[in-house]
Design a protein around this ligand. Structure first.
Ligand code: PMP
Length: 303
């Protein structure tokens, strides 16, 4: 398989306030973010040329940095504008945006008080590859040996690069066993989330999702919860034990990248993607593609 490497593409990347040629957007090997994971990032989707929930993502990026003890030297409005600019310059219709902030090279040690905070924003075209019918088949998952850490063990409220170490390990282990993703339990042994998405269970016609007290409270998760309520579904956030997977008829995961994706299997538990999952997939797609002119105008007048 030939891969189009992410460092060898045409286009431009926003890098500390400038638009650089894609291949020139480089950092030095002695960057604190690389050695000590002092980096936070976002993943955003572009639907019909508009970044969905842009300001929520930017606000989370800024918050993630603050949780790691640093302040990104651009305002939310400036970052929003830069993301819009990158998407517009690249002419992206349906795509993905990746802002990342990291500590620079000024200090190389655990203490990093005087490092510069850098920010880069890249975006690329990313059309939907699977038809809704194909997606309704559902993915397969296996429970990971790695657990989400307690909030006093890691900065769990931050979308911090370092927290993905156990996600990559879990995902690779799942793929090696022939599954598409891993379900991660938390430090208490409760159901937490997938490696890059939140999880929902349908039990007796009601929707249940774990309380996000030690993992990311996804922007998609919150959107889907609102849509579920609008559709008249009963939805509960609570502690969920893995044994309860036996009672679930439908299971789905949510996230910027996976949107709403049905799950047909978690280890020996089987589910049948059904009406609730399908309705929420369609509702999410309609919401993401709803024109956001009004929201964009408010954003730009505030900038
Ligand atoms: N959990 C993890 C670990 C993630 O990486 C993501 C994707 N950002 C999510 C949950 C879902 O978050 P969102 O819906 O904001 O994309």
């Amino acid at each position: 398989m030939s891969l189009l490497s992410f460092d060898d593409r045409d286009g431009q990347i926003w890098f500390n306030g400038e638009l650089l040629d894609w291949r020139d957007a480089k950092i030095h090997v002695l960057s604190h973010g690389l050695h000590y994971a002092s980096a936070v990032f976002e993943g955003e989707r572009v639907y019909d040329r508009q970044i969905f929930k842009l300001t929520e993502h930017t606000e989370r990026l800024v918050k993630s940095g603050r949780i790691l003890g640093f302040e990104i030297p651009w305002s939310v409005a400036q970052i929003d504008e830069a993301c819009d600019l990158v998407v517009e310059k690249a002419g992206i219709v349906d795509g993905y945006v990746r802002p990342i902030a990291w500590r620079g090279s000024e200090m190389m040690g655990v203490s990093a008080q005087k490092t510069r905070i850098n920010l880069a924003i890249a975006a690329w075209e990313w059309p939907a590859y699977f038809t809704p019918e194909a997606r309704m088949e559902g993915i397969t998952m296996t429970i990971s040996d790695w657990r989400r850490p307690a909030p006093d063990t890691a900065p769990t409220g931050s979308k911090a690069a370092g927290l993905y170490m156990i996600c990559t390990l879990s995902k690779h282990a799942a793929e090696a066993k022939g599954f598409s993703d891993a379900l991660m339990l938390d430090y208490r042994g409760l159901v937490a989330e997938a490696t890059g998405a939140n999880i929902f269970l349908v039990i007796n016609g009601r929707i249940h999702t774990p309380t996000p007290d030690c993992f990311l409270d996804g922007i998609t998760r919150r959107t889907v919860m609102d849509l579920a309520r609008l559709h008249g579904y009963d939805i509960t956030e609570r502690a969920i034990r893995p044994e309860e997977l036996a009672d679930a008829t439908e299971v789905f995961i949510t996230g910027t990248a996976v949107e709403v994706t049905p799950v047909r299997q978690i280890d020996d538990y089987r589910f049948t993607p059904g009406e609730i999952t399908r309705n929420l997939m369609e509702a999410y797609d309609a919401e993401a593609r709803r024109p956001h002119e009004a929201a964009a105008m408010v954003r730009h007048s505030a900038a």
